[in-house]
Ligand binder design. Structure first.
Ligand SMILES: C[S@@+](CC[C@H](N)C(=O)[O-])C[C@H]1O[C@@H](n2cnc3c(N)ncnc32)[C@H](O)[C@@H]1O
Length: 341
């Protein structure tokens, strides 16, 4: 029989450095909630339909035929969640998986791209014209959001940067399989964007799904992560994230949109980066983003301050911290608009 530990004992299983750190971010009540989440062994399988090759109706029919219980969510649009009894390999044998009609992706990870305003997430019949945009995916691999953007904006031109060779090669292979023909994959760091795009104010939409310390995947079953956690990673990422933002902002068109997201808890990599952007780029303003909370996705206000940092007021009001739950993992999202200042 599975043992159920009280939350304070679960918390004690977290290494002291992480526990101390989290106590400075979360209230006691939140810590006790999180302790249960950290002890989860797995979450239900979730994926999205690849609308470049299939439709929610076709995928639903295939799952019904295979007698697999599922829920199709309203948000993120096209997201399927399977009953708790299934594991990923249960769908490997179904055609919709083998034919790349679906694509494994967590609920939180599917969310950020839906906050761009030209939201075309309704699935229109094949062949219907959709508007053309220029989209930059500044940190692309392992291609979850690139392929999602490609499907949401099939007539748009998407440039996807990734400096890591192994991740880049895998990305190219999978983009082909998913039929993402509108993506130009570029094996380089975003700071070299000037080599490939020779005009500033070029993109309508920019996604920075930043390299981060990935604390969203903290689990008491992931010893490797717990042992390797170190505050120096957070500090290094904070610097890197500020550079990535600075490198991309000139390429955003006036009145268009930039979404910044991470899958980490660290305020330095979330609110502090947004604070840095607002202080140093007066042409950027924050736009409110909102999700209808439900059992699949929950959020809380972002932080007003952390340690000695006091963040601009609009940050806690307008950016989102998706809180981890039995269905979705940690995520942070902010949306900027660039004005002409
Ligand atoms: C959080 S992952 C992106 C996940 C991806 N957007 C997705 O949804 O699949 C961050 C990626 O940024 C890449 N990266 C790191 N430094 C970068 C840089 N300077 N310029 C562009 N990409 C970078 C990393 O190699 C990593 O693949």
């Amino acid at each position: 029989m599975k043992k159920i530990y009280p939350s304070f004992l679960i918390m004690q299983k977290l290494p002291t450095n992480i526990r101390t750190r989290f106590s400075s971010i979360f209230s006691q009540e939140e810590m006790s909630y999180l302790s249960n989440i950290f002890s989860l062994e797995r979450r239900p399988v979730s994926f999205r339909v690849n609308t470049l090759l299939s439709s929610p109706e076709e995928v639903s029919e295939a799952l019904e035929w295979a007698k697999i219980e599922f829920t199709l969510l309203d948000f993120p649009t096209g997201c399927f969640v399977l009953g708790n009894q299934y594991i990923e390999s249960d769908i490997w044998k179904i055609d919709i998986y083998k034919k790349w009609y679906i694509y494994m992706q967590s609920i939180s990870s599917q969310s950020p791209v839906h906050f761009f305003s030209p939201n075309l997430s309704q699935f229109s019949p094949q062949g219907e014209m959709k508007p053309q945009f220029r989209i930059l995916d500044a940190c692309a691999a392992p291609w979850w959001k690139t392929s999602q953007l490609s499907a949401l904006y099939p007539n748009s031109e998407i440039h996807a940067f990734e400096p890591n060779k192994i991740r880049f090669d895998k990305m190219q292979h999978n983009l082909k399989k998913l039929w993402c023909t509108n993506v130009t994959a570029i094996h380089d760091e975003i700071r070299n964007i000037w080599k490939y795009i020779d005009e500033e104010n070029y993109f309508d939409m920019i996604l920075i799904d930043a390299p981060c310390s990935s604390e969203g995947s903290i689990s008491l079953h992931n010893d490797k992560f717990l042992e390797s956690w170190d505050i120096s990673h957070i500090k290094r990422n904070y610097k890197r994230q500020k550079f990535i933002l600075s490198d991309t902002i000139p390429y955003l068109k006036e009145w268009w949109e930039l979404i910044y997201s991470t899958c980490t808890i660290a305020p330095e990599e979330n609110e502090a980066v947004v604070h840095y952007a607002l202080c140093n780029y007066p042409e950027l303003t924050l736009e409110n983003i909102d999700i209808n909370q439900n059992k699949y996705i929950k959020y809380k206000e972002s932080l007003k301050s952390f340690e000695k940092m006091i963040f601009k007021t609009e940050i806690s009001e307008k950016t989102l911290r998706v809180i981890p739950s039995e269905y979705s993992e940690w995520f942070y999202m902010a949306k900027f608009i660039k004005s002409s200042e």
